[in-house]
Structures are given as C-alpha cells and as structure tokens.
Design a protein around this ligand. Structure first.
Ligand SMILES: Nc1ncnc2c1ncn2[C@@H]1O[C@H](COP(=O)(O)OP(=O)(O)OP(=O)(O)O)[C@@H](O)[C@H]1O
Ligand SMILES: [Mg+2]
Length: 466
C-alpha cells in the first residue's frame, strides 16, 4: 500500500476513481443496448418471415404451384437486402414449389396449426433465419383442401447491419462521452489539487532558515496537514532558538571570567622572577587566550547562523566607507604584527552600496579576513583591503589580499568548513574564521571565493555581492 502511494500520483488515483465507475457503467449499458437491439431486429425479421410465409403459400396455392415471379423476388431482395428461400408442401406432404433442399426444422418439433416455429439454420454457406408453419387451406378455385406446410428461410444481412449500425452509433457516443468526461475530470482534479501545488511551491521556495508558519488559505482536508506542519516548524524554531541562545549565553558567560583569568595571569607574569613559575604562567596565559578566542568565535558563529541573523537589522550599507572604517580600526593591530595594512578604493565613482546588509555580520567577516591575513603572513608583509564598485555582471566587491604563504587551491574549499586549520596555522585560532565569513556571504546572497594574491603569491579573498 505504501509502495503504491509512493509510485502513484494523487491525480492519477483521483482520475481513476472518477472515470472507472463511469466506464464500467457505460460498458454495461453498451452490452444491454446490444441485446435489446438484437432482440428488436430478430422480432422484426421474424414478423417479416411470417408475412412472407403466408403470402408465398397463398400465391403458390392460387397459382397451383407456380414459383414466385422473378419481379417479386427482386423486389424482396431490394427491399430487405437479403436472400429469401422457400418451400411449399401440399396437404399430402408433397413438394409443391420452391427450394426442395431447404433445411428442415428439428425432428422433434410438433407444429401447431397456424403457429409459426422459428429457428436458426445454415443454407448455401450463410446463416439463415427460418420459419416453418402449417395451416389449413380450402380453396375451391384451385381445388386444394387440407394442411399446407411452408418453410421460409432468409439470410441475416439486414438484421446484422441494423445491429452493427446501432452498435457503431452507440459506441461512438460512448467514446465521445468518455473523452469529455476525461477532460472534465482532469480539469476538476487539477482545480482541486491546485491548493496542494501552491502549498508545495510555498514550501519549496522557502530557504532553510525560514521557519515561519505556512499561512496559505487551504481547503479543509489539507488544513490538518498544514497545521501539523506548522506545529512542527514552531517546535523546530524554538529548539533552534534555544540552542543558539545556549551557545550565545555560554560564550558570554565564559568570556568574562576568561578575560579576568587572562588579566590575572598576565599581571602575575610581570611580577614573578622564577623561570619555572614564568613558564607555567606563560602556558596559562596562552591557554586562556586560545579559550577566549574560541568562545568569541563561537559567539560570532551563533550570531551569523540563520537564527542569529534575525537579530541584526538589515539596512543600506555603503561598503566603501564601511571597509575603510574597519581597516582603519585594524591599523594599530597591524603595526604590532609589523604588517603594512592599506586600503585600495577602486570604486571609480560606481555604486558601492548594498540595499539589505547586516553591518554587524559584515564587520565580523571583514575582521576575520584581516586577522587571518595578519596572523598567517610573516612580518613585513603587505595587506590590502579593496572595494570595487558595481560592474555589469556583479554588484560591489570587497577583497582582502595579502602576500603571505597563501592557501593551496586544493585546500580552498575545505578550509571554509568549521574547525578546519591548515599546516601553516600557528597556535592561535580555532578554525572558525572562514566558516563565519562563508555564513555571512551566504546571508547576503554574495559569492565568496579564494584566489591567488598579487603575482600568484599570498591569498586574495573576494566577496562579490549581487
Ligand atoms: N590569509 C591566509 N593566508 C594563509 N593561510 C590562511 C589565511 N587565512 C586562513 N588561512 C588558513 O586557513 C585556516 C582556517 O582559517 P580560519 O580563519 O577559518 O581559522 P583560524 O584562523 O585557524 O581560526 P579562527 O577561528 O580563530 O579564525 C587557518 O588555520 C589557516 O591555516
Ligand atoms: Mg582566522
């Protein structure tokens, strides 16, 4: 049953149940029609046969045994389109006129005077309908007295063609009726299924982070399904929100004590003199710094994830001034790394605005890219943050380029995953930075790509907006 449901479409099932009973009934009617038309045609032919029998025998008696004239036979043939054969036998059973070899009625038939007996036979390679009757004749003119018996046989062409014509007519009606019913049933079913299709499209159009309830007007039969689906979406949303909130809260809670531990440890480091104590403290400071970085990156990830995105407000963002601002904020850190951090305005007066940007997320992404470039490039390297104005194909572009070690082309896809770090990574970092950048790009429907830096050296990360 489940297998059937999987393979058969709802439309096909509905159409089958709408059309099948009609087809069965119409076929039954067709059969009934055939039987009644055959019966009527048989009755007509039988009556004709009796009339012919009486006429022929009277003619034979009056003409003292003459055959029917050829004119009458032709007239009969034209009129009925059938061949008619007959045999008249006198009171003593003697052959009077007609075809002597005509088939005879079954032996056991006892003929009642004046009552015709009908039967089917075969004569001259054709099926024939036959009648036999006997009746009393008393004709002074021909001097015939007594029981005369007459057999008349007639081919069944007229009868068969009558049935055939009638059957063809009703079969044509039947086919037209079925065709029209099929069309109307198809239209009806399509109309009935339209809300389901709308529902399917509405669900298909949704992005993975859109968990709002489905609000389409639905027929009664589907509302139950939709409300169950909505209940599931609501449960899913609250469970995701709870998870996100937990991560955010946990990161928040961890950050403060970690910062305190780090500060304490750094203070202690400056105030002790034994080398062993110093090494132990240095390890503590290092560990704390890493844990602090991890919590902060986890918090960032929670913020850029689909649920977290909702919190930020969407607004018009001018990428040129935004990137210049973030770069300026990073200059001091760059100096510490002995790195030359520069900004390259390539807007050329073209548009650098995006209509629906989340500045909080964008800042997270750009900071991660600049941090990476500073951390993984050796002292003395150059980093350029570049903004390119909207072109014919893409919208504005932000690039962060360095001339450090770069990332091998085969690692560029993999490195976007969470917690992925490469050989060149020093101790700091937890492998979440580029995953955050990827999420932010996705949230803005932008394309993230990792390329070679200037002269094939270093790394250029590009975020192309639409
Ligand atoms: N500009 C770069 N030049 C060379 N290698 C890079 C660069 N940026 C990233 N990488 C490599 O990609 C890896 C992943 O970077 P990502 O920013 O995701 O994580 P991370 O820097 O290790 O940790 P964090 O989450 O603290 O940023 C890094 O560990 C590093 O090996
Ligand atoms: Mg990083």
């Amino acid at each position: 049953m489940t297998e059937n449901l999987k393979t058969t479409s709802l439309r096909a099932r509905l159409l089958m149940w709408l059309l099948l009973p009609g087809m069965i009934m119409a076929t039954g009617l067709l059969a009934k029609n055939y039987l009644s038309v055959s019966e009527v045609a048989n009755r007509i032919q039988d009556r004709l046969l009796v009339a012919l029998a009486v006429t022929i025998s009277e003619h034979a008696i009056k003409s003292s045994g003459d055959l029917l004239s050829r004119d009458i036979e032709l007239l009969l043939e034209q009129f009925t389109r059938d061949n008619t054969y007959y045999r008249v036998q006198g009171p003593d059973g003697a052959f009077v006129t007609g075809d002597f070899g005509l088939p005879r009625p079954p032996q056991d038939v006892v003929l009642q005077p004046g009552v015709p007996y009908f039967y089917n036979a075969h004569y001259r390679n054709e099926d024939v309908r036959a009648v036999t009757m006997k009746y009393l004749v008393s004709d002074p003119s021909s001097n015939v007295h007594g029981w005369v018996s007459i057999d008349v046989n007639q081919t069944r062409r007229q009868r068969d063609s009558l049935i055939y014509d009638e059957l063809m007519g009703s079969t044509t009606d039947y086919l037209v009726l079925m065709f029209l019913s099929g069309i109307f049933a198809w239209i009806g079913v399509s109309h009935g299924l339209a809300p389901l299709q709308r529902l399917q499209q509405a669900i298909r159009r949704r992005s993975t982070d859109d968990l709002r309830p489905i609000r389409h007007a639905m027929p009664k039969e589907v509302t139950e399904v939709v409300s169950s689906l909505n209940a599931l979406l609501a449960r899913l949303e609250s469970s995701i929100t709870a998870n996100q909130r937990f991560i955010a809260d946990a990161s928040h809670q961890l950050r403060t004590p970690l910062a305190a531990v780090q500060a304490e440890a750094e203070w202690a480091l400056r105030n002790i003199h034994s080398d062993e104590d110093r090494q132990a403290l240095e390890r503590i400071v290092e560990q704390t710094r890493e844990t602090a970085r991890l919590t902060s990156q986890l918090l960032n990830l929670a913020r850029v994830s689909p649920e977290g995105r909702k919190a930020g407000t969407l607004s018009k963002v001018n990428l040129l001034s935004f990137a210049a601002r973030v770069t300026a904020e990073k200059v001091r850190a760059a100096l510490n790394y002995e790195i030359d951090l520069g900004f390259d305005d390539q807007s050329d007066g073209l548009n650098c605005e995006i209509e629906t940007g989340n500045e909080v997320l964008l800042r997270e992404a750009l900071c991660n890219l600049i941090d990476n470039a500073m951390i993984y490039s050796p002292a003395g390297s150059t980093i350029t943050v570049r903004v390119i104005g909207s072109g014919a194909v893409t919208g504005p572009i932000i690039e962060v380029e360095d001339n450090g070690p770069g990332i091998a082309p085969e690692d560029r896809e993999r490195v976007l995953g969470r917690f992925v770090r490469l050989e060149n990574a020093n101790k700091q970092g937890c492998g979440l930075g580029l995953a955050i950048v990827k999420e932010v790009a996705d949230a803005h429907d932008a394309v993230l790509s990792l390329e070679d830096g200037v002269d094939g050296k270093g790394l250029r990360v590009r975020i192309a907006f639409r």
